[in-house]
Design a protein around this ligand. Structure first.
Ligand code: ATP
Ligand code: MG
Length: 418
């Protein structure tokens, strides 16, 4: 039997990757233009990093991690998200203390979830983290950055922004108790997940997608009544920046995010076009997290975009992207001329950066090679035979509109291609 890929872990093929490349390039360019710089960290870390960084009682840690024992028995896990690793790396290299740092990262994340459209077990995230700024300005810039990314990808109109504040860690603690007090008498009406969360991570119940639970929550106490004044001010200033930037948002008091570490602002960008997997970007402020991971108290805020979902949305919206096409397809009349052809291809790539020059490498009937050249979608075939080698030229044959043919020296060839 043929070996297949693991469920929820996809192969991405060259044709679909053209759209990916466009989106990834846009993400990098826009993010770098805000002065954020790339940080890379391993796919594999000690499991304790995620347990401490993401939170013991989150879905991710309780049931979604890919963990394995190292040879010495130490538990390692494939990263389910990037923030914990990013902080671990920045701390390890002394990049956080008394500094303002803006990082971006990207790459695969791993979570054992039920695979469906827009939800995979290996998926790609593009994340940013901003350290050292305690004020609302950090979150405000994150929203401006994400909006700039969506503008550049032509998908801003298909997205809406929801925001909320969780206040300080202390506000959160008090509210959590109020929520537990409200829900405990209704325990039997909750779905199974929410019942479990009532003891471990009650705030997460607000996030429940279960219809019955949602109805019950309509009368639950709201976070707003539990916020201290400084937290309210933080949120108000944040909202004012968004308003002055003309970025529309909705305050959703039930928005809590799955991860444990958020304080103050949380936000999500979502779309109605991808069914239940509508959140394409999620983030917020996590002032306690650096300390929780062993560093000195450092304010931080960040978000992660799901690239798989950005790609799906871009496709749904009919978004365009540059085609990765072949400019020149070089074929030879005989293997004897291959080294001449190698040389011309190398010189062409050097003279015309950014162009794609393909050399047909297996000998065969000339007409067959020409058909290959045509099928490859190349704009032009470059023919090399005895006469061309003798006169230090090559013959070009345009393959698209007008199928003219011409024998040229190298300089003239470059000119005809530029
Ligand atoms: P969801 O509620 O959809 O499970 P989440 O709250 O678990 O998302 P985060 O951990 O905040 O998501 O990750 C940030 C983004 O990464 C999500 O908004 C989404 O776009 C993407 N993402 C998360 N999990 C997956 C997955 N299994 N497959 C594809 N993309 C994902
Ligand atoms: Mg999830």
């Amino acid at each position: 039997m043929n070996i297949q890929s693991i469920r929820g872990m996809r192969d991405l093929l060259p044709n679909e990757l053209q759209r990916w490349h466009h989106i990834e390039r846009t993400l990098i360019d826009v993010t770098q233009s805000f002065g954020f710089r790339e940080l890379r960290f391993p796919l594999l870390e000690f499991t304790t990093l995620f347990a401490r960084g993401v939170g013991e009682s989150t879905d991710i840690i309780e049931k979604e991690m890919y963990s394995l024992a190292d040879r010495d028995g130490e538990s390692l896990s494939l990263r389910p998200e990037g923030t914990a690793s990013c902080i671990r790396a920045a701390l390890q290299h002394g990049l956080l203390h008394n500094q303002i740092q803006n990082f971006w990262y990207r790459g695969p994340m791993f979570r054992y979830e039920r695979p469906q459209k827009g939800r995979y077990r290996q998926f790609e995230q593009f994340g940013v983290e901003s350290f050292g700024v305690p004020s609302f300005a950090a979150e405000a810039e994150l929203i401006q950055l994400s909006a700039a990314v969506f503008d550049a990808l032509g998908m801003r109109d298909a997205l809406r922004l929801e925001i909320n504040t969780l206040g300080t860690l202390e506000n959160r603690r008090v509210y959590r108790q109020a929520l537990v007090d409200f829900l405990t008498p209704h325990r039997d009406e909750l779905d199974e997940d929410s019942k479990r969360r009532l003891d471990s991570n009650p705030l997460r119940i607000l996030d429940s997608k279960n219809e019955k639970t949602r109805v019950l929550l309509e009368n639950a106490p709201g976070f707003t009544d539990y916020l201290e004044e400084s937290a309210v001010e933080h949120f108000e200033s944040f909202k004012q920046v968004l308003q002055s930037l003309g970025i529309q948002f909705e305050v959703n008091p039930k928005l809590v995010r799955g991860l444990d570490y958020y304080t103050h602002t949380v936000f999500e960008w979502m779309t109605d076009q991808l069914g239940a997997q509508g959140t394409v970007c999620a983030g917020g402020r996590y002032d306690g997290l650096v300390e929780q991971l062993g560093g000195k108290a450092t304010p931080g805020a960040g978000y992660a975009m799901g690239i798989d979902r950005l790609v799906l949305l871009h496709e749904t919206l009919g978004g365009e992207f540059p085609l990765e096409s072949i400019d020149v397809y070089c074929i030879t009349m005989d293997e004897a001329y291959l080294s001449y052809a190698f040389d011309w291809c190398a010189r062409l790539r050097q003279a015309l950066p950014g162009r794609t020059i393909v050399l047909h490498k297996s000998a065969g009937k000339f007409q067959k090679q020409l058909k290959r050249a045509d099928k490859s979608g190349a704009k032009m075939a470059l023919l090399i035979g005895e006469q061309e080698v003798a006169s230090n030229t090559a013959t070009i044959k345009w393959l698209r509109e007008e199928k003219t043919q011409q024998t040229l020296d190298f300089a003239a060839l470059c000119k005809s291609l530029s």
